[in-house]
Design a protein around this ligand. Structure first.
Ligand SMILES: [Zn+2]
Ligand SMILES: [Zn+2]
Length: 275
């Protein structure tokens, strides 16, 4: 059995709390340390109760608090740590590609990171975390599946397109946390400058509602119980539109009565889901 809930979801910050019998972890820590403490506090927990923080990529909306996570091991891809190391030593002036800053520049404790390989599963107590590469404009971005041996949760945001690897990785999940970032019409008729519209909708940006729903259709199976739509754009999407797209796919596949779909709130702790 695994329980999870988002602490925050969207371009201003992402963090997901996940708990199994023997582990308590965060996937991403893209809000302030104070907000993480407060959010965990609302569930009767403290930061020191965490066994690990696992990072999907270096963009600040996923990594903001890692510099202050001195008491918790931070698992991050080896390539991302190398990038932070080069940046800290002034050898790499390359921008990570996104508009957001990275955490590495102000992180003095790079050696404390536990590095993972983006193609290799790793263990945290009773959890097996399997990272898989995604197309996104970061150094070594990944999505994850997490299993305690009885249930499997797929967690993927910040993907430019649903690649064969993403689809393969998300098959057989009991629950999904799935990016449904924008409505294409809202994005292209909205106030964002053209370069940002291109970046978001491009193959290394974010999934539209339609792409997300189509990905859901690809990985839908009888065991899927719950879908949490995540990383919604505040300006270029509405929860209703994101839900509408995904529900449409479920309906067409006769699964709308069986699979629960919800939207992760942007700035508050979401509902605790147990699978
Ligand atoms: Zn993001
Ligand atoms: Zn990102």
């Amino acid at each position: 059995m695994i329980k999870f809930c988002t602490l925050a979801s969207g371009s201003s910050g992402n963090s997901l709390y996940l708990e199994s019998k023997y582990s308590k972890i965060l996937i991403d820590a893209g809000i302030s340390f104070r907000r993480i403490s407060r959010s965990l506090g609302s569930m009767g927990l403290t930061v020191s109760d965490l066994d690990a923080v696992v990072l999907s990529h270096e963009h600040e909306d996923h990594s903001r608090a890692v510099g202050k996570m001195s008491e918790v091991p931070v698992y991050v891809s080896g390539e991302t740590v190398d990038f932070w190391e080069r940046k800290r030593n002034g050898h790499d002036h390359k921008n990570s590609g996104g508009p957001s800053k990275t955490a590495g520049s102000r992180n003095g404790a790079i050696e404390k990171f536990r590095e993972f390989d983006s193609e290799e599963p790793f263990l945290i107590n009773d959890l097996t975390i399997t990272p898989f590469s995604v197309a996104h404009d970061a150094i070594d971005p990944v999505g994850f599946t997490v299993t305690d041996g009885s249930v499997k949760i797929g967690i993927v945001t910040d993907i430019g397109k649903p690649t064969a690897l993403v689809i393969e990785s998300l098959k057989g999940c009991d629950a999904l946390v799935l990016e449904s970032n924008h409505d294409r019409e809202m994005l292209f008729s909205g106030s964002y400058p053209p370069y940002l519209q291109q970046r978001i909708s491009g193959g290394h940006g974010h999934l539209s509602n339609e792409q997300s729903a189509s990905l859901l259709g690809e990985v839908l199976h009888d065991g899927l119980k719950y879908v949490l739509l995540a990383h919604l754009s505040a300006k270029n999407n509405t929860p209703e539109m994101a839900l509408g797209c995904s529900l449409g796919v479920l309906r067409r596949n006769g699964a709308d009565g069986r699979v629960m779909v919800d939207v992760a709130p942007r700035n508050t702790v979401g509902e605790v889901i147990t699978v």
